[in-house]
Design a protein around this ligand. Structure first.
Ligand SMILES: [Fe+2]
Length: 409
């Protein structure tokens, strides 16, 4: 009898402890207005706590930082893809969507009696300045974890990863889970605030890497099961995505031919740059670089297409700068300005992958900075200008550029 009571007590204690833990795969992203919304996601299933009952979804308690009544948010659940496993997926993704939040405000949330997690919404106006960090080609490596930490120690509003996140391709659920664990451990500011992930798509998110002739968007989405399960709330249609931060910053996220053909996005890019003429800081990001650093200019169809299709449109616009990735080292290029302005292209994606030699002779004549190094870009936006610093793993500044306000462009 006594033994049974002890076993029951231990069992209950284990269950209550589990309910009180912060999920190991917890991460933040946006599916709507960054000033008013926030999305948190985490996995349940083997190793990560019981899958919630369909009739009794998991709940999160939350409130504004510094006080106020605790409120309860009900979550949504969907299967996490498990392509290698026949039968039922083993894990579920739990998603908490906050709406109607206050801009520029800090909130806390918890799981049962867990430690409090913090997030911040984007401010609606640029008063004190805003910082975000940016890179691409992450993978699950010791270096990737160091670089995500380094980026998040700059106290950024968000971290943009321009494609090739987990390198799970379309099939490795273990790699995807390891990526989420890595992100969850390292995407925190020094004060413990969670940093939202703004994800772009790269070839390693897609089964065959690139859009297939004649394939529909729905067919291509099925080839990027992890990306669409985690980020499909932002990428809802067969178009690029614009994330607008109040009236001061926009991120235009293009797809360099992975699920959407490159040429089909040129009109969208032109239109959306035009719509944002009055926004002082518009950045454009995509995965396959226009100006390679580890290979030649014509070595890949997508490289040629993004350069021919999008560089002229960008040179004719008021865009602040472009972020490219895919070639695994640091290279900043200033375009020739044949179609209008000279534009800074920050590339080429090396958060956690092994850095490649910088050896593209065609890009060298336009390059302003280069290094065979891992890097993250830290973009500090002020009312009177923006500074982009490229940091090496030890925090050294590999490159630094001041961008002019749109009035001066
Ligand atoms: Fe890539």
């Amino acid at each position: 009898m006594l033994l049974r009571r002890i076993v029951m007590t231990l069992l209950l204690l284990t269950l209550s402890l589990h309910a009180a833990e912060v999920p190991e795969t917890l991460f933040l992203s946006w599916e709507g207005n960054p000033c008013r919304t926030m999305t948190a996601q985490w996995l349940r299933g083997p190793g990560f706590g019981d899958r919630p009952d369909a009739k009794k979804p998991e709940e999160v308690r939350w409130r504004k930082a510094g006080g106020g009544e605790w409120q309860v948010l009900t979550t949504k659940t969907q299967p996490f893809p498990d392509p290698g496993k026949k039968g039922l997926p083993r894990w579920m993704v739990i998603k908490a969507n906050w709406e109607d939040l206050e801009p520029g405000a800090e909130y806390v949330f918890r799981f049962g009696d867990s430690a409090e997690m913090k997030f911040r919404t984007a401010p609606e106006k640029l008063v004190e300045g805003v910082t975000f960090v940016e890179g691409g080609d992450c993978d699950v490596t010791k270096r990737a974890e160091e670089m995500i930490s380094l980026g998040c120690r700059q106290d950024p509003l968000f971290f943009s990863v321009g494609g090739d996140l987990a390198y799970g391709d379309w099939m490795s659920v273990a790699k995807e889970i390891a990526f989420l664990q890595q992100w969850s451990r390292s995407a925190r500011t020094s004060a413990g605030r969670l940093v939202p992930l703004v994800a772009g798509i790269g070839n390693h998110e897609v089964m065959v890497g690139y859009v297939q002739d004649g394939a529909t968007f729905e067919q291509m989405k099925a080839q990027a099961p992890f990306f669409y399960t985690l980020f499909g709330g932002l990428y809802r249609t067969a178009e690029p995505v614009a994330l607008d931060f109040g009236d001061y910053l926009s991120m235009l996220l293009l797809d360099s031919g992975h699920l959407i053909p490159i040429k089909e996005q040129t009109g969208w890019l032109e239109k959306n740059l035009n719509l944002r003429k009055v926004v002082p800081w518009v950045f454009v990001s995509w995965h396959v670089m226009a100006f390679p650093s580890a290979r030649s200019w014509n070595s890949q169809k997508e490289i040629v297409d993004v350069r021919r299709e999008w560089v002229p449109v960008l040179e004719r616009s008021q865009v602040a700068a472009v972020f490219n990735h895919h070639d695994h080292n640091l290279q900043r290029v200033e375009t020739e300005g044949k179609f209008g302005r000279k534009i800074q292209f920050f590339g080429n994606g090396a958060i956690g992958v092994e850095a490649r030699p910088v050896q593209c002779q065609e890009s060298k004549r336009l390059a302003k900075a280069w290094a065979e190094e891992n890097y993250v870009n830290v973009i500090s936006i002020r009312r009177d200008g923006t500074t982009v610093r490229s940091l090496a793993p030890d925090g050294r500044e590999l490159d630094r550029v001041d961008l002019e306000t749109s009035r001066a462009r």
